[in-house]
Design a protein around this ligand. Structure first.
Ligand code: CA
Length: 536
């Protein structure tokens, strides 16, 4: 008996030693791949070169094959795009309870999926949306800034993700905010979507001039109100079907605006339920109304967030919407065959404070400081993406285009006649310890190539104003664009607020950053920029 006990003690001690050894080596596991030293592999003249990870790509491919055998169709793709939600707003990024708006559903997907800490949008909404839809940067798809109040120009002439997926046999559904052009040729039903239910513009153009707090000079003048009503922009929530015409459903007054996220959620849920019985995989592009200014919370959520402020109430609601969509996927047996990507279209809009979100970084919506472009990015896929992952690997929202083409089994459908900035990140998302295939992130401030990032380093040669106010996130669109004589160099790990440029100490990195900018600029020689919505 005694001997047995001793053996048990020995065995137990061995386990403790093993556990200690694991703990000792564990910190090494969090050391991510050093993308700075990784070579780039060219894949085509019109494509961004990539960091290749063959083993990870093979693992991702195996997972996809096994899934197709099980479900007998390609995987579904759900892009859940929030509006003006900052990097720091969801709980899993430090917000949530801390800032008076718990986001349990977003947090759950992050916890059970992959949380990206360096996911990049464009500085404002329409440029980002078109980048997701085309895999191309704004200087290529031409939507350099949001078209406002019915301005002409949009997605027309681009090859869209909806078109590619539709051709690959997907049901394509867009719900919510569009804002990639109101003109007929740029409307969702004419750029690849089977069906669209939402609005064509952006929240504020429907409601701001109806609100006596913001526009008393219009609300109190029937003549001025009539003038706005006559202006040539659509003022309705609309519906359209492939090849058809836009049908006006309901005029978007302030009370109607407060119900949109609820109506859009119901519409998407109906779509998901129908899809469960379909042989076709789906692409659902669900774009929330919240939390773009001005936020008028749904009666069910008004004053219900701990912060009791409109932005926070609406954030709580859109988190609930996400939860409802995920629940529907689960109940209809589709959750295991659906990639869910949750993100936002730009940093917080600080010029409408306090109706705005939060970022711990410098700057805000409208500029190329980190706060303007770095957004939440969560990839969730039950049984496919290993739970609990976090990565600081670079992910640009243009990568959604190329990655989705691979998931749909049509990587060859990525256009060859135009430059594609998106990188196929399938292996990054799906392999158990996937690394980003993207080496560089480029920052464009309208027509100006503003900065480049590699690893933790960012070289900034032009940006919007540099007043102390910017550091506490004020500004955004209102600053003055400045071009620096020598550029600024930041270590984003040591200096996320981008306040300590130490270029003079770090010239050793000059070559890698300068040549990246040069090569990127050179791509525009063969593939000239396009200006669809721009400044003069
Ligand atoms: Ca936005």
């Amino acid at each position: 008996m005694k001997r047995v006990r001793l053996a048990q003690v020995f065995d137990f001690s061995k386990r403790i030693l093993l556990a200690c050894a694991t703990l000792i080596v564990a910190p090494l596991a969090v050391q991510a791949e050093d993308s700075l030293v990784k070579p780039l592999t060219p894949i085509a003249e019109n494509r961004e070169p990539v960091i290749q990870h063959s083993e990870q790509a093979a693992q991702a491919s195996e997972k996809l094959s096994a899934l197709e055998k099980k479900f007998k169709k390609k995987p579904n793709i759900l892009v859940f795009l929030m509006d003006d939600v900052g990097w720091g707003d969801p709980g899993c990024y430090g917000g949530g309870h801390t800032s008076g708006a718990p986001t349990p559903n977003i947090d759950r997907l992050a916890k059970e999926g992959l949380r990206l800490t360096s996911c990049y949008a464009q500085p404002s909404c329409s440029p980002t949306r078109a980048t997701i839809m085309t895999g191309r940067l704004p200087m290529r798809h031409g939507i350099l800034r949001p078209p406002m109040y019915g301005e002409k120009g949009g997605l027309e002439g681009e090859v869209t993700l909806a078109q590619v997926l539709s051709k690959a046999g997907y049901a394509t559904q867009a719900v919510g905010k569009w804002h990639m052009g109101e003109n007929k040729e740029s409307q969702p039903q004419n750029v690849g979507f089977d069906d669209f239910y939402g609005f064509l513009g952006v929240s504020d153009i429907y409601t701001e001039w109806r609100d006596p707090y913001f526009y008393p000079e219009i609300v109190n003048s029937p003549e001025r109100t009539r003038l706005v009503m006559k202006a040539d922009f659509n003022k309705f929530m609309v519906r359209s079907q492939k090849g058809g015409e836009i049908e006006n459903i309901e005029e978007i007054t302030i009370p109607v605006a407060s119900t949109l996220d609820e109506k859009w959620a119901d519409y998407s849920i109906d779509f998901l339920k129908r899809q469960a019985k379909s042989d076709k995989p789906f692409f659902l592009y669900h774009c929330t109304r919240g939390c773009h200014f001005d936020n008028y919370p749904n009666e069910k959520f008004k004053g219900k967030s701990p912060a009791r402020h409109p932005f926070k109430d609406v954030l709580v609601e859109i988190d609930d919407v996400l939860g409802r969509l995920v629940k529907t996927l689960e109940e209809t047996g589709q959750l295991d065959n659906t990639l869910i990507f949750v993100t936002s279209d730009n940093g917080p809009e600080m010029e409408t404070w306090p109706d705005c979100g939060y970022t711990p970084f410098r700057g805000a919506k409208g500029n190329t400081w980190e706060g303007g472009m770095r957004v939440p990015g969560i990839a969730f896929w039950r049984g496919v993406i290993r739970p609990g992952r976090t990565s600081d690997g670079l992910f640009d929202l243009s990568d959604i285009f190329t990655t989705s083409c691979t998931l749909a089994g049509v990587p060859g459908e990525v256009p060859k006649d135009r430059y594609i900035d998106g990188i196929d990140q399938t292996s990054f998302l799906l392999a158990n310890d996937g690394d980003s295939n993207r080496k560089f992130e480029y920052y464009w401030l309208m027509k100006t190539l503003s900065a480049v990032r590699v690893g933790e380093f960012k070289y900034l040669r032009a940006a919007t104003s540099t007043t102390a106010d910017d550091v506490v996130n004020m500004g955004g669109f209102s600053g003055v664009a400045e071009s620096y004589s020598y550029g600024k160099f930041f270590n984003l790990y040591l200096d996320p607020k981008e306040t300590h440029s130490y270029l003079i100490r770090k010239l050793v990195y000059n070559e890698v950053l300068q040549s990246a900018l040069k090569k990127h600029a050179e791509t525009f020689k063969k593939y000239p920029p396009k200006l669809a919505v721009s400044v003069e």
